[in-house]
Design a protein around this ligand. Structure first.
Ligand code: PDD
Length: 342
């Protein structure tokens, strides 16, 4: 079964999905993204990610490509078309296609939008979590707006590559105060000597992780002591436990920091418990998301032309009519190539 991507109003074969060379995301990293974990074909922490997406877009003054309801349909439909039961769905919105100029296009371009979905091998993910992972620390060198989930990720890319070359799974940024901010693609946590859960406060220059937020609520419900206070790399090395959180990793135990072994070198009890708590709750809450319905009430199949939010998607055309070269939702050159999949 070929993978399918959503691209500016069309579902196309993933292998053939192309964006324009003057897409501002491609040339200037002028865009934002979101990643949802998928459990049983439903989005985890759906509302939190939608809210953060809206905030990232507003902060950068990029128009919402469509309503939240329409977005939810497109995301759900991308998950369904790729038959993802457990995995990830990725959404990217850029300021659109325009002749290269650093300032915003005037008149504004329509935002360009891409969605992909992929499966995760749950058994492999669980095996990794059961073993725990290593992290390294690197100097913080990112811009001052890490609260925006921007696609400009070069420092994160370099940090993650440094981790990989050091045999670690993640890199933690350490700021000028000597405090860990977060990971290249995750939030950073320890269980300190006093047994408190510690993670950086969102007033710091970090991404306000949705998994982090949900886990904080779960930890408090479970009566654990939570302290949103930064920690140094040294504190992390001497911590009872450590872990990272994110849509891609969920709650993943850390067993080594810069080569120093934590505890007995195995995932700590709290990290393991929190991973289970988070997964159980995310799966349960995702199950409450209403299934995608088309107008006939068929919950398993949504026809492409019924996904028609906010003018971003194709208009209906008469049955049997030829597909035009550019469907109205495609926004001319914003649309990439790729075979239209019906
Ligand atoms: N990354 N911090 C950074 C820098 C991140 O990129 C991410 C997520 C997180 C965790 O946020 P959340 O819990 O909302 O996923 C923290 C995603 C998964 C990625 O880049 O693929």
């Amino acid at each position: 079964m070929p993978r399918i991507a959503y691209l500016n109003g069309r579902f196309v074969r993933h292998a053939e999905a192309r964006v324009h060379i003057e897409d501002r995301g491609y040339q200037l990293a002028d865009g934002v993204y979101e990643v949802w974990a998928v459990f049983d074909g439903r989005l985890a922490d759906a509302a939190g990610h939608f809210e953060r997406l809206a905030r990232s877009l507003a902060e950068l003054r990029i128009d919402q490509p469509m309503s939240r309801e329409a977005l939810a349909i497109v995301l759900g439909e991308t998950v369904r078309r790729n038959r993802v039961k457990d995995g990830l769905v990725y959404l990217q919105v850029t300021r659109g296609v325009a002749p290269r100029d650093h300032a915003f296009p005037d008149p504004p371009a329509a935002p360009a939008m891409v969605v992909t979905a992929k499966r995760i091998d749950l058994a492999a993910a669980e095996a990794r979590a059961a073993k725990g992972v290593a992290v390294i620390t690197v100097p913080e060198n990112r811009w001052g707006r890490c609260d925006i989930k921007s696609i400009a990720l070069l420092p994160n890319v370099l940090a993650r590559q440094a981790a990989r070359e050091a045999g670690a799974a993640e890199a933690w940024f350490v700021d000028k105060m000597g405090l860990v901010t977060e990971g290249a693609a995750s939030n950073a946590w320890i269980v300190d000597a006093a047994g408190s859960l510690r993670t950086r406060n969102i007033q710091a220059n970090i991404l306000r992780g949705i998994t982090r937020k949900s886990l904080l609520a779960l930890a408090e419900e479970a009566g654990l002591t939570v302290d949103e206070r930064g920690f140094t790399a040294e504190e992390a090395k001497g911590a009872r436990e450590a872990f990272i959180t994110g849509a891609g990793t969920l709650v993943l135990p850390v067993v080594r920091v810069d080569g120093a072994v934590l505890g007995n070198g195995e995932p700590g009890p709290l990290a393991k418990r929190l991973r289970q708590l988070y997964i159980d709750e995310a799966r349960r809450a995702a199950g409450e998301t209403p299934p995608i319905k088309n107008q006939k009430g068929d919950q398993t199949r949504v026809e492409r032309q019924e996904v028609e939010p906010a003018g971003h998607l194709p208009q209906r055309r008469a049955p049997g009519a030829d597909a035009p070269d550019h469907l109205p939702g495609e926004r001319g050159q914003a649309a990439g190539g790729g075979q239209l999949v019906r």
